[in-house]
Design a protein around this ligand. Structure first.
Ligand code: DHB
Ligand code: FE
Length: 456
């Protein structure tokens, strides 16, 4: 919804965007499974039994049975994924592509030998080229459409209604960032909650510092939290290290970080808003990794507990946003601050009146390694809090080396706070935020705990 799609009027062309990807998720994942010889053999031996293992729609399964690639793409398939199905059948890419044109295999091959299809008349729908008009349909697709006319009409009506109201059937109005929240995310805090130790002398002052925040949260509950955190070698190992990654899935389960998964609710996402933000932010030249499968670790679940307590289900939707602060090079403070500004523009261009909070987590000073482990720098941390409130643009210029020297090697997590701060109204020329709560405490495990709430 609300995604800018200038490509919709290119004839005979489906762009595989976030909406298509969401629609085609299981169809494409099924296709991927055919990259294993053992799965191809099982699929060939008993197609129905193999298809039954996949949570695809009936229509997607019908499209697969018919080997109708235009139909499969209509249901969210992408050619590189569908090609695994074609390969399983022994088809070449030329045969697959040609099968979608309505031409015979020979005619398509001859066209390619003759120089390929001309772009003339095929740039915009309604010109007079040879790729205009509806896609070729298999007999199976035609029959499916005939027997599903009612459902199809309802779908078209629904899409029409969504366009009229600005999407999703909700009233017009835009999303806005109501506040930003900053907090450390120490795993021992989660363990104290899970093991019922919050009343112990060691922990009491820490949890007391978050009582006003929980009260404030009850009074100012957003619809969605955009939660900036770092994955701690949990979902991303050394096989893949995205600098910035946005979770676009419908839900995210708590990870097992080695102690068993934390007994906290699963996190419910907001795929539509997340996809919109991904598209908008990437179009503003920030390269985000789009993640549809993500288990969330203490970096995300501990802040959730600190602000919402321990409910049966989290009372808000959450868009997890990961920043690499584990393996250098990690993004600079300036880059994070600019990214926050891009995220603000993205959220405010979403045409549903959602209240969104943006959180920055991690820090403050801590070092978890080597002879310097245990480093704490109260003065530097408190100066960081002062500057984050009053002069974030200047603070964003602080180089990595200062974080490492002054706040410890793991204190670099603090750059993530600059993403949340960059998304506040004053950075875009609006009024200064209101400080609702400030808290600082040493120690939690190895870490200095800092916490701020800034309201727009
Ligand atoms: C600790 C702090 C962290 O931020 C983290 O990710 C892991 C451990 C600690 O203080 O123990
Ligand atoms: Fe951490």
């Amino acid at each position: 919804m609300a995604l800018n799609k200038p490509y919709l009027d290119v004839p005979g062309t489906t762009i595989f965007d976030a909406d298509q990807s969401r629609k085609g998720y299981w169809l494409n994942q099924f296709c991927m499974s055919l990259m294993k010889a053992e799965n191809r053999a099982r699929f060939k031996a008993d197609e129905e039994a193999y298809l039954a293992e996949w949570p695809m729609t009936d229509e997607q399964k019908a499209a697969v049975r018919a080997r109708d690639l235009n139909w499969a793409m209509r249901t969210g398939g992408n050619i590189y994924f569908l090609a695994k199905l074609g390969a399983t059948d022994g088809l070449s890419f030329q045969q697959m592509a040609g099968s979608m044109t309505g031409m015979t295999e020979q005619a398509y091959r001859d066209m390619m030998i003759g120089g390929g299809r001309s772009a003339e008349g095929n740039r915009v729908v309604g010109e007079d080229g040879n790729a205009q008009g509806a896609p070729a349909q298999s007999q199976a697709w035609k029959e499916w459409e005939l027997s599903n006319q009612e459902a199809l009409a309802a779908q078209i009506l629904g899409e029409h209604a969504a366009r009229q109201t600005g999407g999703g059937g909700t009233p017009a109005g835009h999303a806005r960032i109501t506040a930003s929240v900053y907090t450390s995310h120490v795993p021992a805090i989660g363990a104290a909650i899970d093991l019922g130790k919050t009343g112990e002398d060691y922990w009491k002052p820490l949890f007391a510092g978050y009582e006003p925040s929980k009260q404030w949260m009850r009074e100012n509950k957003p619809d969605v939290v955009f939660l900036v955190y770092n994955d701690h070698a949990t979902s991303f190992d050394l096989g893949m290290i995205p600098t910035f990654a946005i979770g676009t899935a419908a839900e995210f389960v708590p990870a097992d970080e080695g102690y068993g998964p934390r007994p906290v609710p699963k996190v419910v996402g907001h795929p539509e808003l997340a996809s919109h933000i991904a598209q908008s932010v990437i179009q503003q030249d920030f390269d985000l990794t789009i993640v549809n499968e993500l288990q969330v670790d203490h970096g995300l679940t501990v802040p959730m507990n600190l602000l919402f307590g321990s409910p049966e289900a989290w009372p808000v939707k959450v868009i997890p946003f990961h920043v690499n602060v584990v393996q250098y090079p990690v993004p600079s403070g300036a880059r994070c601050f600019a990214l926050g500004q891009a995220i603000r523009r993205a959220i405010e261009s979403y045409d549903e009146p959602l209240k969104v909070q943006i959180w920055g987590t991690g820090g403050m000073s801590h070092q978890l390694q080597g002879p310097r482990a245990g480093l704490i720098n109260k003065e530097w941390d408190n100066k960081f809090l002062d500057r984050l409130i009053a002069e974030p643009a200047e603070l964003a210029k602080v180089p990595h080396i200062e974080y490492v020297r002054e706040a410890g090697s793991e204190g670099i997590e603090l750059v993530m706070w600059l993403i949340a701060r960059g998304a506040m109204a004053d950075v875009a020329g609006g009024p200064a935020p209101t400080l609702k709560h400030r808290f600082f405490h040493v120690p939690a495990s190895n870490t200095a705990v800092g916490h701020l709430i800034l309201e727009n």
